[in-house]
Structures are given as C-alpha cells and as structure tokens.
Design a protein around this ligand. Sequence first.
Ligand code: CAA
Length: 387
Amino acid sequence: MTAAETGFDLTLTEEQELAQRAARDFATEKVLPRAAEIDDQGKIPPELLREMGALGFMGPYVPERYGGSGLDALSYALIVEEINRACASTGVVLCSHVSLAVDPILHHGSDAQKEKYLPKLARGEWIGCFALSEPASGSDAAAMRTSARRDGDSWILNGTKNFITNGALSNVAIVFAQTNPAQKRKGIAAFIVEKGTPGFTVGKLEKKLGIRGSDTAQLIFQDARVPAASLLGETNEGYKIALSTLDGGRISIAAQAVGIARACLEDSLAYAKQREAFGKKVADFQAIQWMLADMATEIDAARLLTWRAAALKDAGEDYILAAAEAKLFASDVAVKASRDCVQIFGGYGYLKDFPAERHYRDAKITEIYEGTSEIMKLVIAEEILKE
Ligand code: CAA
C-alpha cells in the first residue's frame, strides 16, 4: 500500500527538502566549524546571523510580500533541526527570533505593524525577542508585575523582565504587561517595544550552563513611554497571545532538541567507529551499540512528534497538545542522548576539546525554557482530560 493510499505520507515536498538541504549545507559549512568558539566566547559572529537572514531562515514562514520566504511551519522545523545540530546557541537565537517575535507580529499585528516590522525581521536586519518572564514569575506567567498605564496617546511601562533570550541583541521586543491587575489574566496586554525607547534598558546579562553564545538578559522598563500604536492585539488579549505564541515556540524547541540529540548521535557514531579498546572498535561492544540504538530510535520518534505538531500548525488545526508532547518528549531525548554521548566518549567526553560536553550543557535548557517539562505535562493532562 502506498503512502498516498493510506493518507499517511511522511515524504517531504520538494520545497521542504530544499529548505532542509540549504540549512544543512549552511550549518555544516559555516556554523559547525565555529560552534566551539561561539560557546567559548559567548558570542555569535554577526555575519552568521546576517547570512541566515540572507538565506531566508529568519522569516521562513513569513509571506513573501512581507520579505519572508513564504515556506511552512514544517520547513521551519527542518531548518531549526539543522542549525541546532551544528550549534544550539545559534539555534536558539533563530528559534526565539522567529517563533517568539516574528510569529506574534505575523498573527496578531495590525497591517501597519506587519508592514513596519516584518520585512526587517524576516531579512534578519533586525532581531526580536519575547519578554514574558520576570524575576518572580516564570511558569506562572500571569503573575507578572510589569505594568502598562495609558497616558494620552501613549502607554507607560514599568517593570523588569528576566531570562530574555536575545534581550541584548534585539532591536525589538514583544513585551507583556499588566494593564489592570484586578482583571488578572484578562488585564495583560502585549506591546512591540523598540530598542532605544527612553526608559527601556538592558540590564544584567546572565552567565549560563549552556547555549552560552546566545544572550540571556534582563530588560528594565522605567517609565518607558511607547506610542498607543505599539499595542499588539487588544488590551485584554496579551495572555492568550503569549500562550498561543509559546505553542509555536514549543515546536521549535522540540526541533532544537532533535537537532542537539542528532549531534550527540552523529558525534558518538563517528567516535565509536574509530576509538579502540580491548583490541576492537568501541562500536563493536554491545553496551555501546545499545546506547546508539536507543538514541537513534528516540530521535526518530521525537522528530515524528515534532513534524506532526508542525503539520497540524500548517493545516490550521489545534496543535496545543501536539506541541507540548513534542517538546516534552524531544527535550527528554536530547538530555538522555547528551548523557550517553559523554559516556561513549569516556574521559574525552568530559573535555572541552570534544563536542560531547557542549551537547550535555546545551541539551538541559530544552527541558526548561518555553515551558518546563512539568508545565508540558500540565498542558498535556489538561488537553486530554477535556477531550
Ligand atoms: N493558546 C491560547 N489561549 C490559551 C492557551 C493557548 N495555548 N492556553 C490557555 N489559553 C487561554 C484559555 O482558554 C483561558 O482563556 P479564558 O480565560 O478565556 O477561558 C486562559 O488562556 C487561561 O487558561 P488556563 O486557565 O488554562 O491557563 P493558566 O493561566 O492556568 O496557565 C499555564 C496555564 C499552562 C501554566 C501557562 O501559564 C503556561 O504555559 N505557563 C508557562 C509559561 C512559559 O512557557 N514560560 C516560558 C517563558 S518564555 C521563554 O522561555 C522565552 C525565551 O526567551 C526562550
């Protein structure tokens, strides 16, 4: 029975294959050779981001009329996997920019906001970030304290945002703030805030375990005045904009996790085939083979969950459950694969001279950002219980 007859077809379209190949070639030639340096120096060479913009990766599913590549969410997942296979720091800059800044403007922006921001963001001339978390509110996003007060034709923002990926690098931030604390979730609004707005500054840059090439910053708002036109969606819609944006973001983090896990598998395979112990290749030992077999199987399963979530998004169907399942599973796969990768490399796995320890440090964050694994289980349980 053919795929077409069953209606179950995992064949990529020509366009998707082209996107995957372009991302794989770029990642292999330009990103992978610099991944260790990016991690070590805590900085991504600006020309890499410019090249990703020129290749259309920074606005993959933005329509061409807004300067994007006009691809679909699955193509984006393919691109994310390839870039993250090479370097998770570069990968998260891409994920946060596309899923968390470009996406909400595309889906909730006015025509004027789309015209103003999407072309620059899609071409990578501007970088975006998503400012939701605060020092005292992470998983419980609705408990935010940052406030927005209407003053004539402006809004005045006050508060501090924490753990903001791309916070220092970005030209524009999607900022969530409470306009009416009595209304709790329904009093939250989203704003597009440009770097350079008086009263908006970048605070502390965090030192991190992994993804060290991407910046994680505090954003500070002290009587930051933004025009009324910077409101994204309606005043009471901010919380839903945040949660629906994160649904898409979770697909990209699942794809990131698949990319990191694939790096672990490919690096482990290469090492196990050349390293010898007890007179034979390490790959000839069943203990190593079982680790490799588990990695390969789990990566395929994680990728299928990720593709399903992206395909549902492309089909305009509800993908809250699929995105949460993909992120929960893929992040667990990445963490396990990175642990086994270090183990297969043995003592060398613990050294900076080899990529295993970087994968080990990079993988962990996929279980935390854009919704922890515990929050993913909560979302999944809520979805399956309501069915
Ligand atoms: N999309 C749109 N609307 C949604 C939604 C979704 N996925 N999920 C829920 N909603 C709506 C509900 O329909 C409900 O609307 P009504 O009030 O009109 O009925 C409303 O939102 C509240 O829904 P819940 O009561 O189910 O939600 P909750 O407030 O109890 O919270 C939560 C649910 C799952 C805990 C949620 O707050 C959440 O996902 N928290 C995690 C936040 C997170 O992921 N933070 C990561 C920070 S970003 C980051 O990491 C950035 C970075 O830089 C990489």
